[in-house]
Design a protein. Structure first.
Length: 100
């Protein structure tokens, strides 16, 4: 009788231990699932931020190229104006030299 009681007690303890361990494993899996879901959400947000940054880089690159072209055009115009002024000055100097 005592042996049967001890066997029953041992079985209940084993069942309780198994139930507790299963409950802990389940809780751990749920927490891991929550962390994975949170990481997934953060990854999606990071991908959106990266996409916006890529768009901004593309826009900045286009703006930089446009500004470089404008700078080159302005430099060319400035050089043309300098050349015209120098030719005019040379013409004036040549006329004065011819009249001397």
């Amino acid at each position: 009788l005592e042996s049967t009681r001890l066997d029953g007690l041992a079985k209940r303890q084993a069942a309780l231990r198994f139930s507790m361990e299963s409950s802990l494993r389940m809780r751990s899996l749920e927490q891991q699932g929550q962390r994975v879901a949170q990481s997934k959400a953060q990854l999606i947000e990071a991908e959106h931020v990266l996409a916006r940054m890529r768009l901004q880089v593309t826009e900045l690159s286009a703006t930089t190229a446009r500004l470089r072209t404008e700078q080159a055009d302005l430099t060319a115009l400035s050089l043309d104006a300098d050349a015209t002024r120098l030719k005019s000055l040379l013409h004036v100097i040549q006329e004065r030299a011819a009249n001397v």
